[in-house]
Design a protein around this ligand. Structure first.
Ligand SMILES: Cc1cc2nc3c(=O)[nH]c(=O)nc-3n(C[C@H](O)[C@H](O)[C@H](O)COP(=O)(O)O)c2cc1C
Ligand SMILES: [Fe+2]
Ligand SMILES: [Fe+2]
Length: 407
């Protein structure tokens, strides 16, 4: 679909973004059933500026829009609040037509661009509070890192009272209209975008929101989805609320251990039960949760992972590997949240027994504090093994308590 629309955000700020109705997944991690938009803005000031480019695949459509608002060679500044290629993808194409333009971004943004753009370009590194004089307009930069890359920042156009926030307060939601008061309710998209992209960085979201509260904002120009001219405050408040809720709920319970396992014939399950007994023997204050995760909904696995402060993962070896439900559990481990939790592996095997080692290595790579020497048991955990499994559990439980007491 050709998209020729240009919108007046203010008399001097034009939306020259792209509407992408056809995208079905974004960043691999999310479904985009309402499509998305790559919002790009042109500031018609004494010195002409563009804020965010667009995804590379939309170059022709975007160029057409740029040419309708300015001679590309007259663009003096390109501001990138975030360098993910959905926003920086057409920077190189634009620079070829505007070789004199200066690219403005955080230190991290400029470092990332060195590895994304193959031609030399002029750059200006900005930090918290720096300003850029566009002749009759002023841009002020607000450092807002880790939302959701280390490079992120916000840009404040003082005279128009417009705040450009890129991914923050955005949503994958594409409709003919672009202003929040003209689009249907899109709260589900907004919440989904927050949950997948921003929620893990809630701590940083709260810091950024605190910084923008004193601004007399008339409008928030996001990087995806509707431009917030009527309800920006509501969406900022919601982002604050969701961040606080997430931070409160993602605190692990003290002394809560999860034994998550899969088991085809029940041997690994029996191992889990003996280990659990050993942990309880170590200290009966420890809450032990055992969970067969083979068919458990991912949301439930995630809740268990969030709540535990120690984790044991069990799996039989099947074809020299562990199994898909265990890999799904790995995908749910969030090093930002779970880093440092005590962890170990266990599992039944027949002849080669690779699963426990694979689990142990992966838990290490995901930054958990691994108790090495995962417990492997050949087929049935017979009488002699039961005591060893209990001892293994006891050792784990004691280490858990020692870690909790900071010993
Ligand atoms: C399809 C299949 C493939 C297997 N592949 C391996 C293997 O590559 N290496 C190994 O040590 N055991 C292998 N085994 C044996 C299992 O690990 C063993 O039966 C184990 O005791 C199962 O434990 P569970 O009852 O907890 O599922 C395989 C078993 C099956 C059914
Ligand atoms: Fe992004
Ligand atoms: Fe984005």
């Amino acid at each position: 679909m050709t998209d020729s629309k240009i919108l007046d955000v203010t008399p001097d700020v034009k939306w020259i973004g792209i509407r992408d109705y056809d995208i079905v997944t974004f960043d691999i991690v999310m479904e985009t059933k309402y499509g998305t938009t790559y919002n790009s803005y042109f500031i018609n000031a004494g010195k002409k500026a563009v804020i965010e480019t667009t995804k590379a695949t939309f170059w022709d459509t975007w160029l057409d829009k740029i040419e309708r608002v300015a001679d590309p060679s007259e663009i003096e500044y390109v501001i990138l609040n975030h360098t993910e290629p959905d926003h920086s993808g057409n920077l190189e194409n634009l620079l070829r037509l505007a070789p004199g333009a200066t690219v403005v971004g955080s230190g991290n943004a400029l470092r990332y661009l060195e590895d994304m753009v193959s031609i030399p370009f002029k750059s200006m590194k900005v930090k918290e509070g720096d300003t850029l004089d566009l002749g009759n307009k002023t841009l002020r930069f607000i450092s807002a890192p880790n939302l959701h890359w280390p490079d992120t920042m916000y840009t404040w156009l003082e005279e128009d009272r417009v705040l450009f926030t890129c991914d923050s307060f955005g949503a994958h939601f594409c409709t003919e209209e672009m202003f929040d008061d003209l689009v249907p309710d899109y709260h589900d998209s907004f919440k989904y975008y927050f949950d997948v992209i921003l929620k893990p960085y809630s701590k940083f979201m709260l810091k950024a929101i605190e910084k923008i509260r004193p601004l007399d904002i008339s409008l928030i120009a996001t990087g995806h989805g509707p431009i917030l001219r009527s309800n920006w405050k509501k969406l900022v408040d919601l982002s604050e609320q969701y961040s606080r809720e997430y931070l409160a709920s993602s605190q692990p319970e003290d002394k809560n251990v999860l034994l998550a396992y899969v088991s085809a014939y029940g041997y690994t399950k029996q191992m889990a039960e003996h280990i659990a007994e050993g942990i309880r023997e170590a200290d009966n204050a420890i809450i032990v949760e055992t969970a067969d995760i083979e068919t458990m909904p991912l949301g439930d696995v995630d809740s268990l992972l969030t709540r535990c402060n120690a984790l044991l993962v069990g799996s039989p070896t099947i074809n020299q590997n562990t199994l898909l439900p265990v890999y799904k559990l790995f995908a749910l481990i969030n090093p930002l949240r779970d880093k440092g939790k005590l962890a170990a592996s266990f599992g039944s095997y027949g002849w080669s027994g690779e699963a426990t080692g694979i689990i142990e290595e992966t838990l290490k790579n995901l930054k958990l504090n691994v108790m090495e020497g995962g417990f492997s048991s050949k087929f049935y955990p017979h009488a002699g093994k039961i005591d060893e499994l209990r001892e293994f559990g006891k050792k784990f439980g004691k280490r858990m308590m020692a870690t909790a007491e900071g010993v």
